[in-house]
Design a protein around this ligand. Structure first.
Ligand SMILES: C[S@@+](CC[C@H](N)C(=O)[O-])C[C@H]1O[C@@H](n2cnc3c(N)ncnc32)[C@H](O)[C@@H]1O
Length: 475
């Protein structure tokens, strides 16, 4: 009866205390550390429960050691001064045995900062509780265990905004009857037949009833990215990516795939906001955290929850720039700061010629959302970018949404393959020395210097076909 009256949180606290009591750690030592860890993890219990509560136990022991040290004790053996029944040696051994036998394949734990003696310590030097300043449905914290890195300078925006000249014409009049489901009601996914909005995805919705991306759709998108040459490509007569604005010349187009789009229901549709075919437009719902990576990649993004395959994470948000504006911005920022542009070229293949003002990109350098922290990983990244049509059928502009490609564990970094061709010798701008750590890392030249971060300015490298990050030819 008493147990039944416990809240979910009480129950979780009780279980955590059970674990620490097993090591004879008194509750009064555990409780403040537990509260602090919960605050750092934005109330998420995934971290605390990780690895059979070893993160919590570790933090309690570390806190105790620190307290002892600050009280002037010269002997800093972990746990030595705990008032426990076991001797310190037994306690430490017990903890080490647990760590060794807990089968810690969880990357989140491996990614915790390691001290020279192998202990993990969670101490954040800097913390922002919500980088979105309340503009998203969820708070997104930023933590830095290292403490030496300057805070990222940018303005958080939750939606794309036209910088200046991009022609983005959104009007209800342009949405034809074939582009919306005016007669639907409630949730389109529970209707007897798929509505007009599912036409884009061959009459089947891209999303499941659980709000995940359909596996078949996800797998096809991945295949297009991995093996672009197996799909039909179209070549521009004058490719915006290959224009050399200085010389007024243009290089050969590498070819563009016509990528698969998700089409979500929107304003003219009869369904409601909770309709299962409106996932991306409802915004971020996962608990995410920006943190400073240990591998030399700068800031990165991680999840605080376990996530199933096909979960929508976030959009890539930035200023909408024309090809010309991006070119000018790249020159202006040259040598100053990294630029983070992503070209909106998913439908360029359907057009033979594109003017500079029609070729658009999203640049998150000055204004962007949490996606500007997503690092690159060669080949086995855990997310994919998928084009999404929402408010306009004009595909010069669309949304870029990130979905998980497999189940992802709490505290794992969320990564994306920028599709950079690191071996393109003809391109004058080298992107960055890749420290992704993947066995199939494509940046072979950096192998000898892995770990020594050489973070070069500017992302744009000549793209491989089907790529997203990258932009203009710069001579
Ligand atoms: C979109 S930003 C990602 C966030 C960035 N790490 C930061 O601190 O703001 C892209 C930049 O991150 C760095 N980066 C991303 N992936 C990397 C990788 N695998 N290895 C090294 N640096 C990487 C590069 O400097 C790149 O220009």
């Amino acid at each position: 009866m008493e147990r039944a009256m416990l809240t979910d949180k009480d129950e979780k606290v009780r279980k955590a205390l059970e674990k620490t009591r097993e090591l004879s750690i008194p509750d009064e030592k555990t409780m403040p550390v537990l509260a602090k860890l919960l605050e750092e993890a934005d109330g998420s219990w995934s971290l605390i429960k990780l690895d059979n509560y070893s993160v919590l136990i570790d933090a309690v022991l570390s806190a105790d050691e620190e307290k002892k040290q600050s009280e002037g004790s010269s002997n800093g053996n972990r746990g030595k001064n705990l008032k426990v029944n076991d001797s310190p040696a037994t306690l430490k051994k017990s903890y080490e045995t647990r760590s060794a036998t807990s089968g810690s394949s969880i990357q989140g734990v491996q990614n915790q900062p390691q001290l020279s003696n192998g202990d993990r310590k969670r101490k954040y030097k800097k913390k922002i509780s919500d980088i979105t300043k309340g503009s998203e449905r969820v708070e997104i914290s930023l933590v830095d265990d290292v403490g030496s890195e300057p805070m990222p300078k940018f303005t958080y925006i939750p939606h794309n905004i036209v910088y200046q000249s991009a022609y983005l014409h959104v009007s209800l009049a342009r949405i034809s009857d074939e582009d919306c489901c005016a007669n639907c009601e409630g949730n389109c996914l529970s209707a007897d037949f798929p509505c007009t909005c599912a036409r884009e995805t061959s009459g089947e919705y891209a999303y499941t009833n659980e709000g995940l991306l359909e596996e078949k759709f996800l797998d096809t998108c991945l295949k297009m990215k991995k093996e672009p040459d197996r799909f039909h490509k179209v070549y521009c007569k004058d490719c915006p990516l290959e224009r050399d604005h200085n010389k007024g010349t243009h290089g050969k187009c590498d070819g563009h795939l016509i990528r698969k789009f998700i089409k979500e229901c929107w304003r003219k549709c009869g369904c409601d906001m909770q309709c299962g075919n409106r996932v991306v437009q409802r915004g971020i719902s996962c608990k995410l955290q920006v943190y400073f990576t240990q591998e030399g990649k700068g800031w990165g993004l991680r999840t605080l929850h376990d996530l199933p395959k096909g979960t929508f994470i976030c959009e890539y948000i930035g200023e909408i720039l024309t090809n010309t504006e991006l070119y000018e911005r790249n020159i202006r920022f040259s040598g100053e700061r990294h630029t983070y542009p992503v070209t909106l070229d998913a439908d360029w293949g359907s057009e033979k010629e594109l003017k500079d003002e029609e070729a658009l990109c999203l640049d998150a350098t000055i204004c962007g959302n949490v996606a500007r922290f997503i690092n690159h990983r060669c080949e086995d990244a855990n997310m994919i970018d998928i084009p999404v049509e929402i408010e306009t059928p004009d595909r010069h502009y669309y949304h870029i949404a990130f979905f998980t490609l497999r189940d992802v564990k709490a505290m794992d970094e969320l990564t994306w393959d920028y599709m950079i061709d690191f071996n393109d010798k003809s391109h004058p701008v080298k992107a960055f020395r890749c420290c992704c750590g993947s066995e199939s890392c494509r940046d072979k030249k950096t192998k000898g210097s892995q770990g020594k971060s050489e973070r070069r300015k500017i992302v744009p490298a000549k793209k491989q076909s089907g790529s997203k990050v990258g932009a203009l030819k710069r001579k």
